[in-house]
Design a protein. Structure first.
Length: 718
């Protein structure tokens, strides 16, 4: 029979005769050209299969056992095996036919058309062979939120709109007991605030991205509703809404279809400065300028001792950004000290003026200031006398920006009446440009022809939190600089400002590690001098801890990454290979004596490192593996929860540690004070039982065991 079967198959495939085997589920129909085939199984005899065949003009119903056949419309259908666990029947076809396809008897699909925060619109399509005449139920979080009868012929569809929106929906045909679930990854805003602007009114432009919707818009100031509008937004249209109140800052609250959106706004205030004042007998001439970015519309008045003395009482003015306005008032001829008031609904400023001449004197309350990169430094300047003064600075690097403030108003000139006080604010750059860290910068403030010498000193940033489970981390210890030997936690975005470290002689290593590196993030270290120049950058491949080895004693560290990142930064003494060292360990600024050393262990792989410490005072020695990311994270020299590989205390400490075959670094920490000498010795060793637990030995042992098993089985069989 086996020899005849290929020949029979060949005969079946000759000419227009085709042969094929098809697996058909009990919930499916097979369509062969214009014939629809389905089946059922006898309840009392699973080996008896009832085959249903329907053509255009005739139909057939016949019970068949395995291997039995029936011919319908020129096609032979032979019953094959039946898998009762899956309810699948294998049918063998032979004869003259051109196409076959399988459809579910009853089935449907769900396609998301629109997914907004106010509603979800889906298309329900009948993908089965028979008509759907059922009740469609929609569930969200296990609760029924929609129910409607539906009638769909095969390939027909309808659109269903679900409101409010859900991200997980289940669609059920109640009688057919067929369900489909969809997950909506994101919901778009149905209504968006396209623009907010202000002139005589406050304007809001809204856009509807979907079906027509009713919208309530509220203007909020300090959390209170000032005005409210209700509008209808047509499908995919824009509409402008105007409010009578025009605050400088607040929020627009939009409510529609169960969704709530809020967007805050802030309009820069105009900044009016007094340009010039002239008095001719009883006529007061005033020139004002708008140095802000928004138009000023308001009133100007003239006061004496808080009483309006100018005629008219006020003058309405509108001053666009960068433009000037001129106004005139009639004032008492004998008036010498007056106040000019400039007011609007959201802005006000006053300018005291003196119409009598006099000398101006100026002095600095503080002549020295110190700040950090990216921060600011302030100096207070007091002025005495009457008259107009102009401010300036001389001798500052271009990267440091200087601004003078009178109250909260930024000024370049000021009309002084008897006395006044201004504040000079210096904005410091994030990188030193044109100056060096911790070196004084001398410069002058000029008040007309007066020069006031001042001094500025800029330091680095020393604000990283100490890493670990130790008392320094728990008290949120910070200082003017970071300490060598302490690990710090770093969080940044794209690139950090330079972090200043204490001056430290000798060869050092800076290394960045932590969860983000283990997950494949690429962080780079940059070494900078006090002028902000990059001396060196790390080049390790992505997914490995970047490190730099350097000798500069005055340095800063900057970290670069992608988007938001975090890590652990450690700068420590470094030994390229084990060698005897002598350390004079003193109490550090943070209250402990601490010295850490990172040892390059690549030359020691497969050996032991023996060490001996002697000190004139009692100290503690801690040793850590420092190769795997988890081991680096365990390095916490001041923690009471020790997670290293060796710990000893006393004036004489000896010990040894095994160096694994993949070791990169070993870390040592000496806690305490004293003159300490440490000597090292490399010791050869044979493989120990414990080494078998390492990854390489374990794999080798497993392969050897498999090889022996194969040899044994071959001998046993053959």
């Amino acid at each position: 029979m086996k020899k005849i079967l290929p020949f029979l198959i060949l005969l079946f495939s000759v000419g227009n005769v085709l042969a094929m085997s098809i697996e058909l589920g009990i919930d499916e129909v097979l369509i062969v050209d214009n014939t629809v085939v389905s089946f059922d199984v006898a309840q009392n005899d699973p080996s008896l299969v009832f085959l249903f065949l329907e053509g255009k003009n005739k139909s057939m119903f016949k019970g068949l056992h395995f291997g039995e056949s029936v011919v319908f419309n020129g096609v032979n259908y032979t019953v094959g095996s039946f898998d009762s666990s899956k309810a699948i029947l294998k049918i063998h076809l032979s004869g003259n036919y051109s196409s076959t396809r399988i459809l579910k008897k009853r089935d449907f699909e769900v396609e998301v058309m629109e997914a907004f925060d106010a509603y979800v619109k889906v298309r329900i399509k009948n993908t089965g062979y028979y008509e759907i005449n059922d009740t469609l139920v929609v569930l969200a979080q296990g609760m029924e939120i929609y129910s409607s009868p539906i009638a769909l012929k095969s390939e027909e569809s309808l659109v269903v709109k679900i409101s409010p929106s859900y991200t997980q929906l289940t669609f059920v045909l109640k009688e057919a007991k067929i369900s489909k679930s969809i997950a909506i990854t994101s919901l778009k805003d149905l209504v968006t605030i396209e623009r907010i602007w202000r002139d005589e009114k406050l304007h809001v432009l809204l856009k509807n991205h979907g079906d027509p919707v009713n919208v309530t818009i509220k203007l909020l100031v300090n959390g209170l509703t000032i005005e409210k509008r209700e509008i209808s937004l047509d499908s995919r249209k824009e509409k402008e809404v105007a409010f009578e109140v025009t605050p400088s800052q607040g929020a627009i609250l939009v409510e529609y279809g169960g969704a709530i959106k809020q967007e805050t706004f802030y309009f820069e205030m105009p900044r009016i400065t007094l340009v010039k004042v002239e008095k001719e007998v009883d006529k007061l001439k005033i020139w004002l300028r708008n140095d802000g970015k928004t138009t000023f519309s308001g009133r100007v008045s003239v006061y004496q001792s808080s009483i309006i003395v100018g005629e008219p009482y006020f003058v309405n003015v509108t001053i666009k950004p960068g433009e000037e306005a001129y106004v005139e008032f009639k004032v008492p001829e004998e008036a010498q000290i007056l106040t000019i008031g400039v007011t609007s609904d959201s802005y006000s400023v006053t300018f005291p003026i003196s119409l009598k001449g006099g000398e101006i004197s100026a002095k600095a309350i503080n002549s020295y200031g110190k700040g950090v990169l990216g921060g600011s430094v302030s100096y207070v300047i007091t002025l005495t006398g009457n008259g107009k003064v102009r401010f300036g600075v001389e001798g500052l690097p271009e990267s440091i920006k200087a601004h003078f403030y009178y109250g909260e108003t930024q000024v370049k000139e000021l009309e002084v009446v008897q006395n006044a006080q201004v504040v000079l604010v210096l904005r410091l750059p994030h990188l030193p440009q044109g100056f060096r860290i911790d070196e004084p910068i001398g410069f002058n403030v000029t008040v007309n022809e007066i020069k006031i010498p001042l001094e500025l000193e800029v330091g680095g940033i020393g604000i990283l939190p100490v890493y670990g489970d130790n008392w320094l981390a728990k008290v949120n210890y910070t200082s003017d600089y970071h300490h060598v030997g302490l690990p710090y936690r770093v969080v940044g975005k794209e690139i950090t400002s330079p972090f200043l470290f204490e001056p430290w002689d000798g060869e050092k290593i800076a290394i960045i590690y932590g969860r983000y590196i283990r997950q494949g993030e690429d962080l780079r270290l940059h070494l900078l001098d006090f002028s902000g120049n990059i001396i060196a950058s790390s080049t390790q491949e992505k997914g490995k801890s970047d490190y730099l080895i350097f000798n500069e004693s005055k340095f800063m560290i900057m970290i670069e990454g992608d988007n938001y990142f975090e890590g652990i930064l450690l700068v420590s003494d470094y030994l390229n290979e084990p060698r005897n060292i002598t350390l004079n360990i003193k109490r550090r600024d943070f209250g402990e004596g601490l010295r850490t050393v990172i040892i390059n262990a690549t030359s020691l792989r497969g050996k032991k490192l023996r060490f001996s410490l002697s000190s004139d005072r009692e100290v503690e020695l801690r040793v850590y593996y420092f190769t795997l990311n988890s081991e680096k994270k365990n390095f916490d020299p001041l923690s009471t929860n020790f997670k290293g590989i060796f710990r000893g205390r006393g004036k004489i400490i000896t010990g040894e540690v095994g160096v694994r075959s993949y070791e990169d670094f070993i870390a040592m920490a000496i806690i305490g004070e004293g003159n300490v000498t440490i000597s090292f010795e490399e010791v050869e060793r044979v493989a120990e039982v414990s080494e078998v637990t390492s990854k390489a030995y374990f794999i080798l042992g497993t392969l050897l065991a498999l090889l022996l098993m194969v040899v044994y089985l071959e001998k046993k069989i053959g």
